[in-house]
Design a protein around this ligand. Sequence first.
Ligand code: ATP
Length: 316
Amino acid sequence: MRSYTLTAPAKINLYLEIIGDRPDGYHELVMILQSIDLADTIEVQAGNTGAIRLCCTHPQVPLDKSNIGYRAAELMAAKFPAAYDNYGGVDITIHKRIPVAAGLAGGSTNAAAVLVGMNLLWNLGLTRSELEELGALLGSDVPFCIGGGTAIATGRGEQLSPLPGLDNMYIVLAKHRSLEVSTPWAYKTYRAAYGETYLKDTESLTARATAVHSGPMVQAIVHKNAREIGQKLHNDLEQVVLPEYPQVLRLREVFANAGVLGTMMSGSGPSVFGLCEYEEIAKQVQVRVIEAMANEDLELFVTRTISHGIQIGSSV
Ligand code: ATP
C-alpha cells in the first residue's frame, strides 16, 4: 500500500487533578480522558522526495518541525532509517476540523495518527503498546490518542488504564474562535498559586488521589450513570484560567444554565463542554448557547463520546 487515510479524534477531560511536581518539570496528574466524535483526517503517503513533507491549510497549524505530526514522522524516520529510505520519505496531509490550541489534544491526535499510519505504510508491525511508548516521547496525550475511548491517565498523563467505554453521550462543545490559552502558562500559574499545598510523595499520592478523588467519577463511568458523570466533572486548571479569561468564565456560566447534566473546561482550555444524555437536548443546549453568546465568535459543535482512538479509513 502507498497511502493510508486515518481519522484522528479529539479528546475532552472528564477529570483533571494536579497532585504534585515531578523532577522532569512536568506535573503529576490524575486525568480521565474521553474521545469524542470530532476528528481530523490525516493522509500518510509514501514520499517521492526522500524527505518528510507536511501539508495543512489551517492558518494556525505550523508546517515545520514545530508541528507535532512532523515530529512524529521524524521520530519514525530516526527509529527506522531503512524503511525511511526504502519508501522515499513520507508525505503527510492534515485536514483540520478540531479547533487549534483548544485543550482538545488536536496536535497530539495528529501525531498519534502519523505513528499509526507510518507503522502500516512501512509494514513495521509495531504493537499498540510499542506505538504508545513512541507516542510518550512526543507528548503526554499522544499515547491516549492512539487507542482512545475512556481511560484514566496518571504520571504526566502517559500512563493509561482503560475504563469501560462511554458510547453515545452527547457533548456540546464551544470555543472562542480567536482565543488561545497556553498550556505551559496554565500549569505554571497553577503551580505558583497552589504549589505549596502539594504533598511531595507523589507515588503514594497518585494512588491515593486515584482512589479517593477521582474514585466517584470512575464509579459513575463504570455504572454509565450520565447524571453522576455530569456532577463529578472536575478540572483543577479552571481555578487559574477562569479568573484570567472572563470569556471562558462566561461560557461556563452559559452552559451551566443551558440544561446540561454538567459542564467543564477541557484541559487547559479555552474549550468548554456540556454533557447531555440525549441528542435532542444537546441540540436545544446548542441553540441556548448561540442565543446567549450572540455577539461572540464561537466554534460550536454537537458531538458524542466514542470508544476508539485512531481509525484507518481507507488505503490505496
Ligand atoms: P493539548 O490538549 O494536547 O494540550 P491543545 O488542543 O491545547 O493540545 P493543539 O491544538 O495541539 O492544542 O495546539 C497547540 C499548539 O501546537 C498550537 O499553538 C499549534 O500552533 C501547535 N501545533 C503543532 N502541531 C499541531 C497540529 N498538528 N495541530 C494543531 N496544532 C499544532
